[in-house]
Design a protein around this ligand. Structure first.
Ligand SMILES: OC[C@H]1O[C@H](O[C@H]2[C@H](O)[C@@H](O)[C@@H](O[C@H]3[C@H](O)[C@@H](O)[C@@H](O)O[C@@H]3CO)O[C@@H]2CO)[C@H](O)[C@@H](O)[C@@H]1O
Length: 686
């Protein structure tokens, strides 16, 4: 076995034999003096597999690996990395849509990252098969492996994003409330729905069009009756300040009279015999672009650019694991009319094994690179935005691989509206965040309609889903055709008001969330974070995965149990916290009776809507190019700033002066409110 180790700035690259990596990472390291053993690793071969091994310490935490329907600490389980459309999933189902071969190990407070640059079916066994070992099975003869030094989890993520790519910077509207349904139509009803929502006081930033907007599911077409005048539709929606995002699957209808199909011949996935691979998806017989090919990506980018140029604002890439129904349809066909029901067809929703791609001048079996398909599709789609001259990019992708953060938002797919899944959805979102994907969210409302007994269609459940998602970067309601309506206007008044409060609170924190998006773009830091990200040495935080942080300064402990009156939450003891609503200063295990338990960490300067700021002790932040500093007694802006109110937590002032002039100071509970409402450079408090 040939093994080479290179190093550069805290990153080690281990090359084993002759790899064929899916991502071309520009590393350029120097030859390292360290051996594999010095890095705590061992590599062996076992029945055609490479096996990478390391010790699993008794008090080690293992994090990451993308979208996994389990607890955030991945110990004592085996994970399969193979992008899959599960149709429906519950906790512990594996694999799901997004698989990222990147894990972070934390041993005695010291974090180290491991990234395996392979898009084939890897198996990560974290102390399951062998109690004291982490073993990664690679079905290849050669592989590229990167070890990323910490010592903090944050530093590992910074190094990972330097290596694999930094998150793109989305437009501000992407963080607002968006509506979606499988499927909204006809066009006038959508406009009416937007008016109803807005009329009831709900903001709407974007509307998503699911597959029924197309003519016979042909990509880049409009259904002639349902969208009788697309230009009018786009104009009607835009004139209401709302963006339009359309779904674009990877399935091109195989139809000689369909221009897109004809224009792409020679660029689709093939079988190893050289024949075109004709599969089945929503359009019936269809073909799939081979996104591993440069010429396919260029062709696709042009299609995307043309589509966007009519005024479409965003693209939703669905089914891009990639999924194909041909084998599922064939199996169902065999048993049609019999009492036999095949229970789990998930395995068969993937491309057959004899599909090949043309990648970097080689003919490669699909399974060797499968997990990177959505990455290359998203890359080509992103380029489409650029060639259309769009200043803003919005892509939502269901599947993903390492690097998807450079191009897209992701969400957790076809979730279920059940109590069990409330906690699971938080875990899945945080699991993705900690795997380098900051723009993530869920189907608020739970996608599944009425096809399972666990589904809870109660207003309380819908309200709780809005609540858990309050600070998730992606914030969209979406539902299957047979489910209840999830837009909040359909809720009974008590719950409607509660959801309004969630949306208002989210919008209140949007300026802060956007600062975090900028931080993610510059550094690779996640927007929502598990508690252990901020408090790596606090062992309690590794088992608390029903709370999350928004950046470093806001902790949120959503209510996830039915009829819960008191929410017990953990506020890490290394910091001091103030209840956002009351200003009460707290620490450790606390009880909250509030529906939205939000806590502010000491040391924060947090921009809110309407030019307001929270200040709690000494801290700083940069918002829209203005850097804001608080010494606890004085808040200074680097440029004149139109300030609304300062909400001062902790010890409040008796008197305040803005640029030397006395201003009003009032108390709201334990929060001191300094009202300024004007352009200032400095506010002093006594
Ligand atoms: O564009 C329409 C929606 O497409 C996605 O969801 C589909 C999913 O990918 C399919 O696998 C399938 O799932 C169903 C499954 O086949 C069936 O056995 C049963 O278990 O129910 C599953 C869910 O209904 O159909 C889904 C669409 O119904 C995408 O994830 C959605 O967001 C899109 O709205």
């Amino acid at each position: 076995m040939r093994i080479e180790v290179e190093e550069k700035e805290g990153i080690y690259k281990v090359t084993i034999n002759e790899p064929f990596p899916p991502l071309d990472l520009q590393f350029n390291g120097n030859k390292s003096q360290k051996s594999l053993a010095d890095l705590g690793l061992d590599v062996t071969t076992e029945g055609g597999y490479l096996v990478i091994e390391k010790e699993l310490h008794l008090k080690e935490h293992v994090l990451g690996l993308g979208e996994k329907a389990v607890e955030l600490d991945r110990r004592r389980r085996r994970y399969v990395m193979n992008n899959t459309d599960p149709g429906i999933y519950q906790k512990f189902h594996d694999p799901l849509y997004i698989n990222i071969p990147f894990m972070i190990s934390v041993v005695e407070g010291k974090a180290t990252g491991y990234f395996v640059n392979s898009a084939s079916l890897l198996v990560f066994d974290i102390g399951f098969e062998d109690y004291g070992k982490v073993r990664v099975k690679v079905p290849e003869e050669g592989v590229e492996l990167y070890i990323l030094e910490g010592p903090t989890i944050e530093k590992v993520l910074e190094r990972y994003s330097l290596l694999v790519g930094k998150p793109f910077l989305p437009p501000k509207w992407a963080f607002g409330y968006m509506i979606s349904r499988y499927s909204y139509y006809p066009q006038d009803k959508i406009v009416e729905l937007i008016d109803l929502l807005k009329g009831d006081g709900f903001p709407v930033e974007a509307v998503f069009l699911d597959i029924d907007f197309m003519d016979s599911f042909k990509l880049f077409t409009w259904h002639k009756k349902r969208f009788y005048d697309p230009a009018k539709f786009l104009n009607d929606v835009h004139s209401r300040g709302v963006k339009v995002v359309t779904i674009v699957d990877h399935s091109v209808r195989a139809d000689q009279n369909y221009e897109v199909f004809a224009s792409g011949l020679g660029k689709y996935c093939e079988l190893d015999t050289g024949e075109l691979f004709v599969g089945r998806l929503w359009p019936g017989n269809c073909v799939y672009p081979d996104f591993f090919r440069q010429d396919t990506r260029e062709w696709w980018s042009k299609l995307i650019a043309d589509w966007l140029s009519q005024g479409v604002d965003g693209i939703w890439l669905d089914m891009n694991e990639p999924t194909d129904f041909s084998r599922i349809d064939a199996i169902n066909q065999v048993f049609r009319g019999t009492p036999i029901q095949v229970k789990d067809l998930r395995e068969y929703g993937r491309f057959p094994e004899n599909v090949v791609h043309y990648f970097k001048g080689k003919k490669v079996p699909h399974n060797r690179v499968r997990n990177a398909y959505p990455y290359y599709q998203a890359m080509a789609t992103f380029d489409g935005f650029k060639s259309a001259g769009k200043g803003e990019v919005f892509i939502l992708s269901r599947s993903g691989f390492a690097g998807i953060q450079k191009y897209a938002f992701v969400w957790t797919g076809d979730s279920t509206s059940s109590w069990d899944q409330l906690r699971l959805q938080i875990q899945m979102v945080l699991g993705l965040s900690i795997s380098g994907v900051p723009y993530v969210g869920i189907d608020i409302g739970g996608f599944q309609g009425r096809n399972q007994k666990e589904i809870d269609n109660s207003p309380e459940m819908l309200m709780r889903q809005f609540q858990i998602a309050m600070f998730f970067p992606f914030f969209r309601t979406h539902k299957a055709p047979d489910g209840v309506d999830t837009e909040p206007i359909y809720l009974p008044s008590y719950y409607k008001e509660k959801v309004k409060k969630v949306i208002e609170t989210r919008y209140r924190f949007l300026p802060y969330m956007y600062c975090l998006a900028e931080e993610a773009h510059e550094t690779g830091h996640p927007i929502v974070r598990p508690l252990f990200y901020e408090f790596q040495e606090d062992e309690d935080t590794y088992r608390v995965d029903d709370e999350y942080m928004l950046g470093s300064w806001v902790l949120y402990a959503p209510v996830i149990y039915p009829q819960m009156e008191v929410r017990k939450s953990y506020l890490p003891v290394k910091a001091k916290w103030a209840d956002f609503w009351t200003g009460e200063v707290l620490q450790g295990w606390v009880d909250s009776r509030n529906d939205l338990p939000v806590y502010i960490r000491e040391g924060s300067v947090i921009p809110l809507s309407e030019g307001d700021f929270i200040v709690y002790g000494e801290g700083s932040i940069t918002v829209e190019g203005v850097s804001v500093r608080s010494s606890g007694k004085k808040v200074t802006f680097s440029k004149p700033y139109r300030l609304g109110k300062l909400l001062v937590y902790g010890l409040g002032p008796e008197r305040a002066r803005a640029d030397g002039k006395e201003v009003e100071v009032v108390r709201e509970g334990k929060v001191t409110v300094v009202r300024v409402d004007g352009t200032v450079k400095e506010v002093e408090m006594e």
